[in-house]
Design a protein around this ligand. Structure first.
Ligand SMILES: [Zn+2]
Length: 269
């Protein structure tokens, strides 16, 4: 048994220089080539960050536009009360996948626990990646999802490990926004470079009233369609004529009413 663990020596993935991290040190800058790297267990990966382009007021603006948009319940931007907007650098594993066709794809997976799993849909233009800095290393949220776990998740999701040709850690600027609507607290994330909004749960437009009015409409017209058939069965050609007349007459009267109800629902929700 050794009383002291041997100092781990890792080699820089860029220049091959020997790095001597202190115990527990995970963020490193190579003294030879100035690459910024992250040490995950025994693997060394590049460490990037995306520079924010939105300040807090612009992030609030992006959130308000999303709330006023079509996905969320009507007038959410006016009815919701924003209780918190917090900036942070969120860690993500970035993988470059080379498809058998030779085409490259970028894949992102959250590298820390988050309720906003939608974050994996973040779009990262490769040109936006910058070398991490000591300031970012200090203020960024450290990854808690090991690289191996992320790779295992990929292989379970039809991404063969041998197709992953690059692995790196990226800190993405995010504004985590909390708001209250109808006595419930929701979270939405505004990406700090693009202003795109991500949310798993939000007060969505209710679909039930639309389905209900659609169902009622279908039922009414189905009933009406049986009138001519019933008329024909009971009174031959005259019966058919009367049935058709009733059917088209009632249908003609009901159509604008049903349309008005549907329009009223659309305006209300
Ligand atoms: Zn180096």
């Amino acid at each position: 048994m050794e009383s002291q663990p041997a100092t781990a020596i890792v080699t820089c993935s860029q220049c091959g220089g020997e790095l001597h991290p202190d115990a527990g040190q995970t963020f490193l800058t190579c003294p030879y080539c100035a690459s910024t790297v992250f040490l995950d267990k025994s693997q060394l990966v590049f460490h990037w960050y995306v520079a924010p382009t939105l300040d807090e007021s612009k992030a609030r603006g992006a959130l308000a536009r999303w709330m006023a948009g079509n996905q969320t319940v009507k007038d959410l931007d006016r009815k919701a009360r924003i209780t918190e907007v917090a900036f942070s650098y969120f860690p993500m594993w970035l993988f470059k996948r080379r498809l058998p066709s030779g085409e490259d794809r970028l894949l992102l997976l959250p590298a820390a626990a988050t309720s906003i799993t939608e974050l994996k849909r973040i779009n990262l233009p490769p040109g936006d990646l910058r070398k991490s800095t000591p300031d970012i290393d200090q203020s960024a949220q450290p990854p808690t999802v090991p690289l191996e776990v992320a790779l295992a998740w990929l292989s379970q999701n039809q991404v063969p490990t041998q197709e992953v040709i690059e692995k790196s850690l990226v800190h993405v600027p995010i504004y985590t926004c909390k708001y209250i609507f109808n006595d419930r607290t929701y979270t939405a994330v505004v990406e700090g470079a693009s202003g795109e909004v991500f949310a798993n749960l939000y007060p969505a437009k209710a679909e039930a009233p639309y389905l209900l009015i659609g169902g009622i409409t279908a039922l009414i017209y189905l009933c009406l369609a049986t009138f001519p058939a019933m008329g024909a069965l009971q009174g031959g050609a005259t019966g058919l004529g009367v049935g058709l007349l009733v059917c088209s007459g009632v249908g003609f009267v009901l159509a604008p009413i049903l349309f008005a109800i549907a329009a009223w629902i659309a305006a209300k929700i």
